[in-house]
Design a protein around this ligand. Structure first.
Ligand code: AMP
Length: 192
């Protein structure tokens, strides 16, 4: 099963990707997590990405495409994977097509979590508060100010992907406004 999860920041992609991981026993490939790892490890990519991420902007397509291309060749991706937070631009979407075609692989579905924008800032603030309460590191980009920029980037660069996949008849939409279990059940129904 090879899946793409689409939706604005705060839509619940990460949470749902984790649940899908358990259900299908395939890894979650979160470019955000990989980039945060690179920033923490101060790798050359991390050093380049840090300021861009903290500003809520998108890291360059070349960097992200290279990270994903390398990751999907790892043995744990042999049975499939969930792309969470990638692709985020039309260039990245084209790169996915090329990456898969070059390996003789196909995408099974693109699932879009449809949410009400007005609820998103609240979710992000909650995520930051929950992380803090649990003694976990709080993401530097989980502030209302940076979140606004992330949402702007989403509408400018990522939202067009829904049309891209709709035209390819791959897009499946799920109401992302329910509880975690409800959304998860909605995704399970779609994926069969
Ligand atoms: P996320 O954890 O998916 O919300 O991503 C956090 C940040 O990492 C984003 O705001 C971007 O700066 C960067 N990022 C993650 N995935 C991508 C991507 N596919 N393309 C460009 N930048 C990305």
């Amino acid at each position: 099963m090879r899946l793409i999860l689409l939706g604005p920041p705060g839509a619940g992609k990460g949470t749902q990707a984790k649940l899908i991981t358990e259900r299908y026993d395939i890894p979650q490939l979160s470019t955000g997590d990989m980039l945060r790892g690179a920033v923490a490890a101060k790798t050359p990519i991390g050093l380049k990405a840090k300021a861009v991420m903290e500003a809520g902007e998108l890291v360059s397509d070349d960097i992200v495409n290279a990270i994903v291309a390398e990751r999907i060749d790892q043995p744990d991706c042999a049975k499939g994977f969930i792309l969470d937070g990638y692709p985020r631009t039309l260039m990245q979407a084209d790169a996915v097509e090329e990456m898969l075609a070059a390996r003789g692989l196909k995408l099974d579905a693109v699932v879009e979590l449809v949410v009400d924008d007005r609820a998103l800032v609240g979710r992000i603030v909650n995520r930051a508060e929950e992380a803090k309460a649990a003694g976990l590191p709080v993401r530097k980009d989980d502030t209302p100010e940076v979140f606004e920029e992330r949402l702007r980037e989403y509408y400018k660069k990522t939202a067009p992907l829904t049309g891209y996949y709709f035209a390819k008849r791959r897009l499946k939409t799920v109401d992302g406004m329910g509880s975690i279990d409800e959304v998860s059940a909605g995704i399970a129904t779609l994926l069969g």
